[in-house]
Design a protein around this ligand. Structure first.
Ligand code: HEC
Ligand code: HEC
Ligand code: HEC
Ligand code: HEC
Ligand code: HEC
Ligand code: HEC
Ligand code: HEC
Ligand code: HEC
Ligand code: HEC
Ligand code: HEC
Length: 328
């Protein structure tokens, strides 16, 4: 029994409408916010001046840069720890010139600061800068990085969360990734709802260290809503670990592909087995399969009256190569 053609069409239109809307949303955001960053990253890599920040780029005058060895003479401890950090490698970079090297790659040209005997007003110190400013400064080098390229349009950036909320170049608590705290504690500090979800009886084992927030999200933003990652193919990130659900199947269960895994599962955690959104499988199925005239085809056998799980018979609920009703 096929579902009425009109409804099918409406459903498809609804789905693609939402998809287009999300795309529109992403691009609208991107065109507002990414452009200045991309433009400034380009400007500084060609070492021409830019209006973005006052210290790093206002003067591409090489004579204003003294080199990290000079900083060492007065800031020895800072220098010694920086020398062991990943940022030291910027001194080896062949591109970018003085603006992209060593201490001054972040703090800007130091000549006036040094001439003033350490005049704090003559160097970019980060602590008085806004999050927008600090993030823009970090992005002069990291803006073209694969992982950070969507930062400007990310939920974090739009909510005034900046690089230094999670990273600290000099005072990191975690050497890997220069994080201020290790994940997930770092994330739980702001995301109490996620913390509660991962404490539920059925959950992805994030607290146990088996799965990371970062496996599914990119905290620097993505092209998708909720900063959710996609596989390089564009498919749902869930398939990275649940490849058996990917198919393609001869008989696809439509919502798996159109509405995604989250239409039936709570990806963080749930009080229901299999991370299901509702406690009874039958209630889940009947949310969509209730009114044959409106929704997808309903069970003509009307099992809803019986206390038998739909998945007892329809066991291959993510799709099947053998049964159009997902028996095997
Ligand atoms: C990757 C960017 C970056 C590089 C490279 C860098 N700094 Fe910093 N620096 C910062 C940030 C950000 C802060 C603010 C404190 C923090 O978040 O760690 C800071 C703070 C400081 C401070 C204030 C005191 C403190 O420890 O917070 C001094 C002094 C300083 N940096 C000196 C240096 C010197 C000297 C070098 C080179 C040896 C250097 N910085 C390299 C980003 C950088
Ligand atoms: C002649 C010594 C000297 C040299 C060379 C020097 N500084 Fe400083 N720097 C100081 C002094 C003194 C202070 C002020 C410290 C204070 O008041 O706590 C200072 C402060 C700073 C601060 C601000 C710290 C804060 O707490 O706000 C930063 C950032 C900084 N220096 C970075 C650099 C960098 C980068 C270089 C190399 C380009 C450099 N300094 C070279 C002496 C020097
Ligand atoms: C002058 C260029 C430059 C600037 C500006 C810069 N970085 Fe970096 N950053 C680098 C380089 C180079 C590396 C090492 C890359 C590598 O190992 O592949 C790096 C590495 C990192 C890493 C990875 C550390 C790891 O464990 O692999 C983090 C995190 C990071 N930077 C954060 C920041 C933050 C936050 C800022 C702004 C405060 C910043 N960076 C500013 C050049 C820069
Ligand atoms: C909400 C927290 C958060 C914010 C905000 C954030 N990061 Fe990260 N960043 C992370 C986490 C978590 C990792 C993964 C660390 C690991 O496990 O290696 C990471 C990794 C990185 C890395 C290393 C991985 C790579 O190769 O790209 C760099 C570089 C980096 N961040 C730069 C930045 C810059 C620059 C900003 C600001 C524009 C920023 N981050 C903002 C949380 C954050
Ligand atoms: C300094 C506070 C802070 C930290 C730390 C932080 N976040 Fe966020 N995060 C926010 C804010 C604020 C928002 C935007 C408002 C919201 O949706 O909660 C946000 C949004 C998000 C979103 C998108 C939610 C949406 O509705 O679009 C995800 C996903 C996310 N954060 C994941 C992480 C992960 C993963 C970490 C740890 C690596 C982390 N956050 C660390 C403050 C933080
Ligand atoms: C197994 C994959 C996965 C892991 C691991 C994961 N998330 Fe999510 N998260 C998602 C998906 C998918 C969504 C979007 C859900 C939706 O569209 O309804 C989401 C949504 C969110 C949101 C938006 C609000 C909400 O609850 O819907 C935040 C904030 C968030 N995640 C933070 C985190 C943090 C923090 C961690 C680590 C402690 C984490 N996530 C780990 C997949 C994951
Ligand atoms: C990084 C790998 C990874 C990613 C990405 C991932 N998962 Fe998982 N998932 C697991 C692991 C491992 C388990 C087994 C959980 C356990 O035993 O603690 C699991 C368990 C589950 C379960 C419960 C299985 C059961 O038998 O109870 C569901 C449902 C699930 N994942 C759905 C999703 C969805 C939906 C996504 C995408 C939003 C996703 N997973 C992304 C690794 C992953
Ligand atoms: C139409 C609802 C629905 C959608 C959409 C859905 N699932 Fe499920 N999933 C279920 C049900 C129901 C079960 C429990 C089956 C059972 O109890 O036998 C389940 C079980 C699972 C399990 C654990 C048992 C097993 O078969 O391995 C995993 C893992 C899982 N789903 C992952 C996913 C992933 C990944 C996606 C997205 C690609 C997804 N699911 C989409 C309904 C759905
Ligand atoms: C999010 C909505 C949704 C949920 C939840 C859902 N389905 Fe479906 N299901 C659909 C759609 C849409 C179709 C495709 C209908 C069509 O093409 O005529 C479908 C098709 C089917 C079919 C094949 C019907 C046929 O004749 O081809 C079966 C069997 C089925 N679902 C069983 C289930 C079971 C059992 C559950 C609960 C584990 C479930 N569905 C949960 C939306 C849903
Ligand atoms: C005892 C086994 C059994 C249970 C339990 C069961 N079904 Fe079925 N279902 C069937 C059979 C048999 C068919 C018809 C298969 C065929 O015609 O090839 C069917 C067909 C369907 C169809 C396709 C439309 C139709 O009626 O032919 C849907 C949708 C469906 N079932 C949904 C459900 C839902 C939702 C539940 C739980 C409320 C459920 N089923 C429980 C055995 C079962």
């Amino acid at each position: 029994m096929p579902m009425p053609a009109a409804f099918r069409t409406a459903r498809v239109l609804l789905c693609s409408g939402f998809f287009l809307f999300s795309l529109h949303f992403v691009f609208a955001q991107a065109s507002q916010t990414i452009r200045p960053t991309a433009a400034s990253a380009k400007a500084s890599s060609t070492t021409s001046s830019t209006t973005m920040t006052s210290h790093v780029d206002a003067s591409a005058d090489a004579s204003k840069y003294v080199g990290s060895e000079t900083c060492k003479s007065c800031h020895e401890d800072t220098y010694n720890s920086w020398e062991k950090s990943p940022h030291w490698t910027s001194t080896q970079a062949k591109e970018g010139g003085a603006t992209h090297k060593g201490c001054e790659g972040c703090h800007g040209p130091g000549a006036d600061h040094v001439a003033g005997g350490g005049d704090k007003s003559k160097i970019f110190t980060f602590k008085d800068a806004s999050r927008q400013q600090t993030s823009a400064r970090c992005l002069t080098c990291h803006g073209n990085g694969k992982e950070q390229s969507h930062f400007a349009s990310s939920a974090h950036s739009s909510s005034d969360v900046g690089c230094l909320d999670c990273h600290s170049p000099h005072h990191a608590k975690e050497s890997q990734g220069l994080l201020t705290k290790s994940s997930p504690e770092l994330c739980y500090g702001c995301h109490t709802a996620a913390k509660a979800d991962f404490a539920k009886p059925y959950h992805h084992r994030v607290n146990e260290g088996l799965v990371q927030c970062n496996d599914c999200h990119n905290p620097h933003g993505t092209e998708l809503l909720r900063q959710v990652r996609a596989l390089p193919s564009g498919d749902a990130v869930c398939y990275k670990c649940h490849a058996d659900k990917q198919g393609p199947f001869v008989y696809e269960h439509v919502p798996v592909k159109t509405e995604g895994c989250s239409s039936c599962h709570s990806p963080h955690g749930s009080t229901n087995p299999r991370l299901l959104k509702v406690s009874l499988v039958n209630v889940l199925c009947l949310q969509c399969h209730t009114f044959p005239s409106l929704g997808p085809v309903g069970p003509a056998h009307n099992q809803s009256a019986k206390y038998q799980a739909c998945t007892l018979c329809h066991s291959q609920i993510h799709g099947s190569n053998f049964s159009s009703v997902f028996f095997k």
